[in-house]
Design a protein around this ligand. Structure first.
Ligand SMILES: COc1nc2nc(N)nc(N)c2nc1C
Length: 308
């Protein structure tokens, strides 16, 4: 097992660097996920083979030296993921076994973009950053200001840190790659890499011409919000001026969750942007706080990943 893990780890670290730092991965996400989960299972079986540099011990991503660094006051976590309905059901059942009061879930589309964090003081946008390694991100404030869907000023003068996904629509992606082909440049493998490459630009003018979009879905510090549920928080973010993916839906049973998953598994190709799965979250915000998170992921949320 140790020998197997010693082979998997460096490969995942190399792939991780390609994906997070150069936005040009050499393998499809599904292959990375599959090898990553092999390592997770090995480490679960033989905990003593876990090393501190193992990709399972840190949120992916690094910080490019060209950008000013930003320390996230509240770490930006990633999400645990499952790849089958059976695993999804197990996750929900385990959660409800530990927290019987957890009977209401918010189902959301998992946009295939890159995570960003936006900080507002008295309702004014003061900083935008990438997730980086979860604790330290890159300051991309100048680029963030070039994205039309990101409000420079909120409808209420509050202090808030909002997290979400920056993505490129399928049509923008195709147009960009066509242009790059004509200019004899390399093309992007998928919209996620195109969005990452466009956002992590040193020249904000380049970001401006890439027509990026955003959906905000989480709040790091929601002390100034009235909402007490995830679904209510999304509505409040919309009122504040953010763009929110309106496809979210509250579910009260595992069947309703599965119906939502099936619905968007079918509609996936008709959406104007790429999604790589569904995120199911405990809807009660106080309960989210009570359930908490591991060093890497919230324990009140799970990502159901679509097979490619
Ligand atoms: C609570 O943390 C998260 N929530 C999310 N929600 C949606 N809808 N999509 C995501 N990609 C996402 N990612 C993270 C880390």
């Amino acid at each position: 097992a140790r020998q197997a893990a010693d082979e998997l780890r460096p490969q995942l670290i190399r792939w991780g660097k390609e994906y997070y730092e150069n936005d040009q991965p050499s393998v499809p996400d599904a292959e990375y996920d599959q090898v990553y989960n092999q390592l997770v299972k090995l480490e679960e079986q033989f905990p003593n083979i876990v090393t501190s540099d193992s990709p399972t011990q840190q949120v992916g991503g690094n910080v490019d030296s060209d950008f000013t660094k930003v320390k996230h006051p509240i770490p930006m976590l990633s999400l645990g993921d499952v790849f089958s309905k059976e695993e999804l059901n197990n996750f929900i059942e385990r959660l409800q076994k530990e927290y019987p009061e957890d009977q209401e879930f918010n189902c959301e589309l998992k946009i295939d973009g890159l995570s960003i964090s936006l900080r507002y003081e008295n309702g004014i946008l003061v900083q935008g950053s990438t997730r980086g390694n979860g604790k330290i991100g890159e300051d991309i404030t100048k680029n963030i200001k070039m994205i039309p869907s990101i409000p420079q000023k909120l409808t209420r003068p509050i202090n808030i840190e909002v997290r979400g996904e920056c993505y490129m629509s399928k049509t923008e992606f195709l147009k960009l790659n066509e242009r790059r082909q004509i200019d004899g440049k390399t093309t992007f493998a998928n919209p996620r890499n195109a969005a990452a490459g466009s956002l992590r630009q040193l020249d904000p003018k380049v970001t401006a011409e890439r027509h990026l979009s955003t959906f905000m879905y989480n709040v790091a510090d929601y002390s100034d919000l009235q909402a007490t549920t995830q679904s209510g928080m999304l509505k409040e973010l919309k009122e504040l001026g953010f763009t929110v993916d309106e496809d979210f839906q509250v579910a009260y049973t595992i069947d309703e969750i599965n119906q939502y998953v099936d619905k968007y598994q079918q509609q996936r190709n008709d959406l104007s942007y790429g999604i790589d799965g569904i995120v199911i979250k405990t809807n009660s915000l106080p309960l989210q706080m009570k359930i908490g998170h591991t060093v890497k992921v919230p324990k009140w949320a799970i990502a159901y990943k679509f097979s490619p």
